[in-house]
Design a binder for this molecule. Structure first.
Ligand code: GLV
Length: 317
């Protein structure tokens, strides 16, 4: 163990805490009775930060309190919880956990898509409520004949598309630019993609650049047979506009893993029969969370061993 001080603002899996405890002087901020007082007393010694979405905003205001901070290792591929530009301005490295969760999130997306279209949670409730002996479950919509638009064809988007190739559906995408090595149809705006599709899967990064990319216009373009699946960030969708579109039949259904203000889910969504709601499960298997945790530990270990970051985010690479 070294005396290098690492701050963990919010709990992470026990294996990560144990591994960091063995290597560094780990400070568990959530166990402190007064976090502000702890930062005032010890902030100047902190050289590494192990962050996750529970940690709150990791931004200039926090960096001001941690003048010796060298690296923020984020538990998660999305790092919209971190102001990476403010970090870059101060020469602070930011790392995330790409790659190790792509397949898991893609699997979950396929499950959520099928659950939403074939109404699997509703059917499960139907059996449990003892309704089957009285009448068959109503026929569902279908995936057959659909065109699926992927909003954000990055590493995870590509794994989703690869899985969907086995489902005999047409595929299209929108992203910042057309990708030369991709055969799916490219559309240069979200509205154009939604117009061409009857399923829209959101898997873009969160943050200011993608806020409300899916708004009332996109939902109107998706149309009355349209299904939205959001496995990106809640901020990507204008949630009130989505609720209105689901209530009015502007779109058919939605499968949501993420929300504007997690972990609270609006009552209006809970009341809707045509939504499937998951509690942000994209990467949430034991296998994949362990791999993500290991990458957090490995990034910090590599950095403080003088070998640089393993998976730096582009802003600080
Ligand atoms: C999960 O949402 C992640 O960004 O890893």
């Amino acid at each position: 163990m070294t005396d290098t001080a690492i701050l963990m603002p919010a709990p992470m899996p026990a294996a990560v805490i144990d591994a960091l405890d063995r290597r560094f002087a780990l400070h568990r901020l959530w166990e402190q009775p007064d976090a502000g007082a702890f930062l005032a007393d010890h902030g100047a010694a902190i050289r590494g930060l192990a962050a996750n979405t529970l940690a709150g905003r990791v931004d200039a205001a926090l960096f001001d309190r941690l003048p010796a901070l060298e690296i923020v290792a984020n538990f998660g591929v999305g790092y919209d919880n971190i102001d990476a530009r403010a970090a870059a301005d101060r020469g602070i490295m930011v790392t995330n956990t790409p790659g190790v969760l792509d397949a898991e999130v893609a699997d979950l997306t396929i499950g959520l898509l099928l659950a939403t279209i074939r109404r699997l949670p509703q059917a499960d409730r139907y059996v449990r409520e003892g309704r089957w002996p009285h009448a068959p479950f109503p026929l569902s919509p279908t995936l057959r004949g659909r065109t699926i638009g992927i909003l954000g064809l990055g590493a995870i988007g590509k794994q989703i598309a690869r899985r969907l190739e086995g489902f005999d559906v047409r595929l299209a995408y929108h992203g910042r630019s057309r990708q030369a090595d991709v055969a799916y149809d490219y559309h240069d705006t979200p509205v154009a993609l939604a117009t061409a599709c009857d399923v829209l899967i959101a898997i873009v990064p969160g943050g200011g650049g993608t806020r409300h990319l899916i708004d009332a216009d996109v939902l109107r373009a998706l149309g009355a047979n349209g299904v939205l699946v959001n496995v990106a960030r809640g901020s990507v969708v204008d949630e009130p506009a989505l609720i209105e579109a689901l209530q009015s039949g502007t779109i058919l259904a939605a499968g949501l893993d993420v929300y504007a203000d997690e972990p609270s889910v609006p009552d209006a969504l809970l009341a809707l029969p045509n939504v499937v709601l998951l509690p942000h499960l994209g990467s949430a298997s034991e296998h994949t969370r362990a791999a993500m945790g290991q990458l957090v530990v490995d990034n910090l270990t590599s950095w403080f061993g003088g070998h640089g970051p393993l998976t730096p985010v582009p802003e600080t690479a």
